[in-house]
Design a protein around this ligand. Structure first.
Ligand code: CP3
Length: 345
């Protein structure tokens, strides 16, 4: 990318800006009719992710529709467990289901080595999207956090409380640590390849941080996210790439998140325990409108958005986003409306 100064990168560098850059978690997805049209052609969601041309088309859809300030790779966080041979399938209305989840300590000890080349379809999608994008629109590559990927791998599916995972972790602490370090190494190699293929920014999704108590969070999640970030910061290929950490409603204080060395913290909605004064000049902040607001009237959307923008006014390095992904029931016209009112504010 030759343009020295895209708005999104300036915000990630903690610059004070009069208009925040805007992008949305799950900006490509089922809420868009153009997405549903492409999605119909594939039975399995992961088969669609394995087609780099289609991934490129899908990543470009929200850029073309809303002129957003950043694109995100179209893929999924569960590509890594799939590459570890756990057999990831997406079942309609149920979400991901693993055919070979981790059920015992021997499953951990017998895991096949992670070969980053098994995910060549992802790196090809990255380079296709980078080539399709205007030069001044950065591309976000991503992975799940080691903890979130371990939780899916043990649970074998989505779950409200991940009870099976938490019981397994308690009963098999050493093996869980071994699994987490294997996944951390895989995430590093995977993200490095994404950067080599054209990703300009990295986001790490710790979507199941919320199921851990403060002590467990430090031990099983933050520790590994920290080593992943440290590995990326110490590698020649990735050292200059800004890293965004999305941690879903974590039971920890602001400093714990800042001390991960992420460049930007992506806030889950309603994270009132996060102290933006402590974060000032240390990290950029992204977020955090409650996506449910987008099901309300335009008046409510405007009121809530202005409240949020007032709250972050003058914060050096503020990026407008939602507190979690756009859901399929959201009207794309409201995404357009939201984007317009943020730019007009
Ligand atoms: O614009 C984008 O953000 C698209 C790229 C993207 C997807 N998933 C596509 C997707 C990204 C960045 C993700 C990340 C992801 N995947 C996360 C982290 C973010 C978060 O929501 O907390 C997680 C936890 C997953 C795992 C996952 N993928 C689940 C649990 C499901 C099923 C439930 C659901 O939300 O639909 C998916 C499927 C998925 N990933 C879809 C899309 C567009 C919908 C699949 C479909 O069309 O059938």
């Amino acid at each position: 990318m030759n343009n020295p100064d895209p708005l999104f990168l300036r915000a990630l560098n903690k610059n004070k800006l009069s208009t925040p850059p805007i992008w949305y978690m799950r900006q490509a997805g089922r809420y868009m009719p153009e997405y549903r049209k492409v999605r119909k052609k594939f039975k399995n969601f992961l088969d669609m992710c394995k087609n780099p041309d289609v991934c490129c088309e899908l990543a470009m859809q929200p850029i073309n529709a809303f002129e957003l300030d950043a694109a995100i790779l179209f893929s999924d966080i569960l590509t890594i467990p799939d590459a570890f041979g756990l057999g990831v399938k997406f079942i309609e209305k149920e979400g991901p289901v693993f055919t070979n989840p981790i059920e015992s300590t021997s499953d951990i000890n017998n895991l096949i080595p992670f070969d980053p080349e098994n995910l060549n379809y992802v790196y090809k999608a990255v380079s296709n999207i980078r080539n399709a994008l205007p030069e001044d629109i950065p591309l976000i590559g991503f992975s799940g956090s080691p903890w979130t990927l371990a939780a899916y791998s043990i649970e074998g599916k989505s779950s409200k409380d991940f009870r099976k995972t938490l019981d397994f972790v308690k009963a098999n602490q050493d093996e869980t640590h071994f699994l987490l370090s294997r996944i951390t190494d895989a995430c590093f190699l995977y993200l490095r390849k994404q950067v080599q293929s054209g990703a300009n920014v990295i986001q790490i999704f710790d979507s199941w941080a919320n199921i851990l108590n403060t002590k467990e969070l430090e031990e099983y999640s933050i520790n590994y996210t920290k080593s992943l970030i440290s590995a990326l910061k110490n590698d020649q290929v990735t050292s200059e790439i800004p890293i965004i950490l999305f941690s879903r409603d974590p039971k920890c204080n602001t400093d714990t998140l800042i001390n991960t060395s992420a460049d930007c913290i992506s806030l889950y909605w309603g994270m009132d325990n996060f102290d933006i004064n402590l974060a000032k000049d240390k990290v950029a902040i992204q977020g955090n409108l409650n996506p449910r607001i987008l099901l309300e009237s335009k008046d409510v959307i405007k009121k809530e958005t202005h409240k949020l923008l007032d709250n972050f006014k003058g914060f050096p390095g503020y990026i407008f986003n939602l507190g979690h992904g756009i859901t399929p029931d959201i009207d794309p016209n409201n995404i357009k409306y939201l984007t317009d009112i943020v730019r007009e504010f």
